[in-house]
Design a protein. Structure first.
Length: 286
């Protein structure tokens, strides 16, 4: 894989969302998501990113107790037929936007994953990516994904990650080496993690000179209370938009290909990267 030699021809307006879903209420959360998508589209967004596990809520007790009610089943092509998501399909289709939203995904082979569902502009919903880096007790409920994924919107390449994936520089770098111009990360950061929340995704942007769109849950009850701070970062890790630590928000920014090109010309880490950083090393006694 090598970094894309070109940048997109035209800007892309994107939205990131912070919101509070209701544990276990997939139908209600899908309806709320549809309203948020329409709000973002009304501000010009063509891509909308919602938080990790938004459709069922990131609430492990509910996820453990009611997997049949919280999970979204996909068929062998990765497509979702669940009628509970009809409001989201309709919003994507009528607003003409691409939506990335977190869900608990049940695969035909029985695997249960933390997925990023993608609703395209025709209203078709499929699983785009399964979280590879599971965090803590997630390993008791879910299976890790086995591949990366890049979403193609117009001539933009948008790498997909979910929350803890973004804590690993290698994950963002893999997206960049696959030509990603931006990195989309539905997430669920708990209250008290604000420093790490704000550091990781800005760092992934600068590491790879790419835009980063970070969505996050907000609110809820302890110990599953989330801290918002959804943000869109430019390729030097500067926030183009950032939410507060509390309250629902739809944040919109335009990704400018000229900024991407200028940053990559001035900060050529992707081009200068050595084929291997892991060669022989020497230990020096002092």
């Amino acid at each position: 894989m090598t970094a894309a030699p070109t940048v997109p021809a035209a800007p892309l307006t994107v939205a990131t969302v912070q919101a509070t879903p209701t544990p276990g209420d997939v139908a209600g959360n899908a309806s709320a998501a549809a309203q948020l998508v329409r709000q973002a589209a009304g501000q010009g967004a063509r891509v909308v990113v919602l938080p990790e596990l938004y459709l069922c809520a990131y609430h492990p007790p509910t996820l453990a107790a009611d997997p049949s009610g919280t999970d979204i089943a996909v068929d062998r092509t990765g497509t979702v037929a669940d009628p509970r998501l009809d409001p989201l399909r309709d919003a994507a289709r009528t607003a003409g936007v691409t939506v990335v939203v977190g869900a608990a995904v049940r695969h035909p082979d029985g695997r249960r994953t933390i997925g990023a569902l993608v609703a395209d502009r025709a209203g078709t919903i499929r699983v785009g990516y399964d979280k590879q880096q599971l965090w803590g007790d997630e390993r008791e409920l879910f299976t890790p994904g086995g591949r990366g994924a890049t979403l193609l919107v117009d001539d933009w390449r948008l790498g997909l990650g979910i929350c803890y994936d973004g804590c690993f520089p290698e994950h963002g770098r893999a997206a960049a080496l696959d030509g990603a111009h931006a990195y989309l990360c539905p997430s669920g950061y708990l209250a008290g993690s604000e420093h790490r929340r704000d550091l990781y995704y800005a760092a992934r942007a600068l590491d790879n000179t790419m835009f980063v769109v970070f969505a996050n849950a907000v609110g809820g009850d302890d110990p599953w209370r989330f801290n918002g701070g959804a943000a869109i970062y430019d390729p030097q890790g500067r926030a183009l938009a950032r939410g507060a630590d509390e309250g629902t928000a739809v944040l919109v920014a335009t990704l400018d290909p000229a900024v991407l090109a200028a940053t990559r010309e001035a900060h050529s880490m992707l081009a200068d990267r050595l084929p291997s950083q892991g060669g022989p090393r020497v230990s020096i006694n002092c």
